[in-house]
Design a protein around this ligand. Structure first.
Ligand code: 13P
Ligand code: SF4
Length: 427
């Protein structure tokens, strides 16, 4: 069977019994509209993650978009985009479904898309087909008169929401009390905050205000080096796995990486552990990437001798250790594109990207390590119906679903982002 790039079709085929396989939630094949207006993130990998009270809610869109077929929506999007011309730039993250990325001017990882947003000051609107923190970042890097649009407001990121600004401020207060705030004899401060791009603008602003920086999965090591030039230790949030995997790769001892549980005093640690720490890891994680296990890798190696296993650094440490390589979505895409000879790849990242890569590179055998078809349910909230709606609204002179960061947060958030953009990614 020719591999299909469409996860939507794969899910429908499994659900209708046309192909074998299992998926993490049958709700994913239902019409998205009810899911998006209901409280919570919707079905799938992050079902169990609570939606924060402050998260934006998506209202119901007109019935003409809800009832249209995929082909009708495709035609409407193509027509609206052509009419809008340079007035709009459409950005698509690697984890978006193929029915979305086919319309994208840029397809990339969060780092690349942040740069693309910055490089189009002529566009009136940037339609960000990704999740909320990515749209916030695009707003921070674009000009004030440009509108950044998130087609569906229900597209959050459960990991980003695991670091709440009040909890982070509270943690900082406890650490400042314990370590003091003065630089040591070498001029290094006791702790430098580093946040993963997958965080709210408020957390990026916190980093900007406190001598910290943002990183993505493509530049985490470079960013940690930056931080260690300025501080004794790093407070890393929200993804414990990216923090741990990157620090281990730099030769930092696992024992010097305590986990910070925001619900407990001193994050659940004693003073000595924190005083001896090098990287304090916030206890966030990605619901999609924590599904990848060393057992899946062992099975892939038994069934496909010579398989090349590449996983995203949001996977747990044991999984990264069992893989051949780990890297950002940009790294994975590049590794496959550059493989000269036909090869077999087992990939540990979101299924939309894996299935699209398999369809784009038929000379290779490419499969997802997780046998269960389980898209990132928040990325999956961007349906072509919403894209047609936001583009046709723009044509009619109305900006819907604009994401704008409060200026008080935006100023320091830009500081931490600019520091990151100056750090060259290694991919
Ligand atoms: P990238 O930074 O590799 O684009 O990943 C973003 C993300 O959300 C991964 O889960
Ligand atoms: Fe967030 Fe994980 Fe989805 Fe990435 S894959 S957007 S980290 S929930």
């Amino acid at each position: 069977m020719t591999p299909t790039a469409s996860i939507e079709l794969t899910l429908k085929d499994i659900s209708a019994g046309r192909t074998s396989g299992s998926m993490c939630s049958t709700d994913l094949v239902e019409a998205p509209w009810d899911i998006d207006t209901a409280p919570g993130y919707g079905p799938g990998a992050s079902t169990a993650d609570p939606i924060p009270v402050s998260a934006p809610r998506q209202g119901e869109i007109p019935v003409e978009y809800r009832d249209a077929t995929v082909d009708e929506l495709r035609e409407r999007i193509v027509r609206a985009k052509a009419e809008l011309g340079h007035r709009v730039v459409l950005l698509g993250h690697h984890y978006q479904r193929v029915e979305v990325v086919e319309h994208a001017d840029y397809i990339g990882d969060s780092f690349m898309l942040a740069r693309a947003a910055q490089n189009h000051p002529e566009a009136e609107a940037i339609v960000f087909c990704g999740v909320h923190f990515m749209a916030e970042t695009a707003d921070l890097l674009s000009t004030p008169d440009q509108a950044v649009i998130l087609p569906n407001l229900a597209a959050g990121c459960s990991m980003a929401d695991m670091a709440d600004i009040d909890q982070v401020e509270d943690c900082w207060e406890q650490l400042s009390e314990l370590f003091g705030t003065e630089p040591d004899a070498d001029g290094k401060v006791p702790v430098v905050p580093v946040t993963y791009m997958n965080s709210s603008a408020a957390i990026k602003g916190f980093c900007g205000r406190n001598g910290g920086i943002v990183c993505t999965s493509s530049n985490a090591e470079v960013v940690l080096e930056w931080a260690f030039e300025r501080g004794r230790r790093v407070l890393f949030f929200p993804d414990q796995h990216l923090g741990r995997n990157t620090a281990l790769g730099m030769g930092i001892d696992l024992a010097a990486m305590p986990l910070w549980n925001p619900a407990r005093p001193l994050g659940g640690n004693d003073e000595e552990t924190l005083l001896e720490s090098t990287v304090i890891l916030w206890q966030g994680f990605c619901s999609v990437h924590k599904r990848f296990t060393p057992a899946q890798i062992a099975k892939a190696r038994t069934e496909h001798p010579g398989v090349r296993v590449i996983v995203h650094p949001e996977c747990p440490q044991e999984t990264v250790a069992a893989a051949d390589e780990s890297g950002s979505t940009a790294y994975i895409t590049k590794a496959i594109a550059e493989a000269a000879e036909p090869a077999t790849f087992a990939i540990g990242t979101e299924i939309n990207l894996v299935q699209r890569l398999a369809a784009e590179h038929p000379q290779h055998t490419i499969f997802c390590l997780d046998p269960v078809v389980c898209p990132c349910s928040t990325m999956y909230r961007i349906h072509p119906g919403y894209i047609a709606w936001v583009l046709e609204s723009l044509l009619a002179g109305t900006v819907v679903n604009r994401i704008s960061v409060d200026p008080e947060v935006a100023v320091p958030a830009r500081v931490s982002l600019e520091r990151m953009l100056a750090a060259k990614p290694r991919i």
